[in-house]
Design a protein around this ligand. Structure first.
Ligand code: ATP
Ligand code: NAG
Ligand code: NAG
Ligand code: MG
Length: 331
């Protein structure tokens, strides 16, 4: 009996001394601290959060992707690289970056938005800080415009409050109700903050087909004058672009104060794509599917496209849009 008690007492005592010795204590305290830090960063480790681990701009990635993956858009490519990298370099931007992308269908507007998102957010378009609004989906009914205005304001405000570096893409601007976009105008303007929220680090991208015909017309004129496509410069397009967009009664930019007040930083033209670009799209798509790119197949896909104007058959009227589906027939 007695001896047993003594033995147990001795054992307990010795383990207590061990636990309290300086090295052990330090380790114990250290372990507690490390656990605390781990728990805190764990949620950012596994879940996306508004921190540099998940959001940081990689200019090399954007440049490489624009060079290698985007075909036939020398103007858009260089403006976007300069605009985005300039904006991301600025630690204290006075207003959000606002880009407006214009051009025919299938020329790469959504595609470029995706490349931009991928160069900033680790999760690219899947990031919870990237928001894609499609006019025909989110703002469909004309009679609900008042609700949409309130909702849109609330979404943008809420999301920027969550994370300053949010990205908003408005697709199909030409089908948006004129006036709706004005509801977010205050957010795009030069303010340090509005009601305690500052919008200066966010990016807004508008996509539309508006102005596409004008862009194509200019491109055609260059071709007819015997000049190369690469000679077309932004200056040749920018003014007519913003004007035609502003005056289009049926588009989301109609007489909008965004343009009045110069809140759109860049109007970016997307040129209509030629036969050779469609071939490039087809080759790229085969590579993306881990197939060996086959020029014959690419040619067959490209030949199926409809080219305008009727006489010269220069520009694919749907750009590269149907390449993926057409490819399915041949492989
Ligand atoms: N210039 C391009 N370079 C490389 N791929 C392109 C280009 N344009 C289009 N594509 C390919 O075609 C697909 C469709 O293009 P995208 O969705 O970007 O067109 P869009 O300009 O947004 O057209 P829409 O006005 O109809 O929305 C893209 O996913 C991409 O694979
Ligand atoms: C940036 O992108 C390049 C090209 O995709 C990649 O090699 C590089 O590791 C990236 N840098 C960082 C810091 O992620
Ligand atoms: C952020 O935007 C999404 C739409 O993309 C919306 O559903 C969500 O409610 C917004 N978040 C906040 C906090 O407002
Ligand atoms: Mg699109």
């Amino acid at each position: 009996g007695r001896q047993h008690v003594l033995l147990i007492w001795l054992l307990l005592y010795s383990s207590m001394v061990e636990a309290l010795e300086p090295v052990g204590t330090t380790i114990a305290i250290g372990a507690v601290a490390v656990t605390g830090v781990l728990v805190r960063s764990m949620s950012c480790y596994f879940n996306e959060c508004c921190q540099p681990e998940w959001i940081s701009f990689n200019i090399t990635k954007l440049e490489r992707n624009l060079d290698n993956k985007l075909f036939g858009q020398h103007i858009a490519s260089s403006i976007i690289l300069n605009a985005v990298s300039g904006f991301m370099r600025n630690r204290n931007p006075k207003k959000p970056l606002v880009l407006s992308l214009h051009g025919w269908t299938g020329t790469g507007k959504n595609f470029v938005s995706q490349l931009i998102a991928e160069s900033i957010y680790k999760k690219g378009m899947k990031s919870r800080f990237v928001h894609l609004f499609t006019s025909t989906l989110h703002f469909q009914h004309k009679h609900r415009i008042d609700t949409y205005e309130a909702q849109l304001q609330q979404w943008v405000r809420g999301n920027v409050t969550d994370c300053e570096l949010s990205m908003f893409i408005f697709d199909e601007m030409d089908k948006m109700h004129p006036g709706l976009i004005d509801s977010i105008k205050p957010y795009l303007d030069y303010y340090d903050n509005l009601d305690g929220v500052s919008y200066g680090k966010s990016i807004f991208i508008f996509l539309s087909n508006e102005g596409g015909d004008n862009i194509a017309k200019t491109a055609l004129e260059f071709w007819q004058a015997g000049k190369s496509r690469e000679e077309i410069e932004l200056d040749d397009l920018e003014n007519t672009l913003s004007l035609s967009v502003y005056n289009n009664k049926n588009g989301g930019f109609f007489r909008t104060s965004l343009i009045d007040k110069n809140l759109v930083d860049f109007f970016i033209p997307f040129l209509p794509l030629e036969y050779e670009h469609v071939v490039q799209c087809a080759m790229a798509e085969m590579e993306a599917r881990n197939l060996r790119p086959n020029r014959d197949v690419a040619d067959r896909v490209a030949k199926e496209m409809i080219y305008t104007p009727k006489l010269d058959r220069l520009y694919s009227s749907t750009g590269c849009k149907t390449v993926q589906n057409k490819l399915n027939f041949y492989i």
